[in-house]
Design a protein. Structure first.
Length: 149
């Protein structure tokens, strides 16, 4: 099992390097991208007068699961950590603030900590998440609750 896990880790690392060779653009790690996207989606949802705003807020909440998991796995209070990141991003306008798993005390600025992710990987994650949400919403449109009564 340990050898299989090592093989998977090595494969993941090689894929990360491959993605950076194909496209060297990076985004902040530490859940900063997800929190920034969540804030942006929530702002757009607040401006919508239609019922779609509820699904958009749900999507924004789901985006915060990644930084929440990072905080929990680091032994931090997840709710406090994500709330601090979100508040810091909104107040400072710096979308590079993420979960400070190393507890360096620099406000969680991922550029200062050197924590980056490949843009190609992050964009693909967002694309897949959006596709899943659209599929779920499409299923809800096809299967109406009255069919179960």
């Amino acid at each position: 099992m340990a050898i299989d896990e090592a093989k998977r880790c090595l494969h993941d690392a090689i894929c990360c390097v491959r993605n950076l060779i194909r496209d060297s653009k990076v985004v902040p790690g530490g859940g900063a991208s997800e929190v920034a996207a969540s804030i942006a989606v929530t702002r757009v949802a607040d401006e919508l007068p239609t019922i779609d705003q509820h699904s958009m807020r749900g999507f924004a909440d789901a985006l915060e699961i990644i930084p929440t998991a990072l905080a929990e796995n680091s032994g931090l209070n997840a709710i406090n950590a994500v709330t601090e990141v979100k508040s810091s991003q909104i107040n400072s306008g710096n979308s590079w603030i993420g979960v400070d798993c190393n507890l360096r005390g620099d406000g969680g600025d991922m550029t200062k900590q050197g924590v980056y992710e490949a843009l190609q990987s992050k964009a693909e994650q967002f694309r897949l998440a959006t596709q899943v949400v659209r599929m779920i919403l499409k299923i809800d449109d096809i299967i109406s609750p009255s069919q179960y009564e």
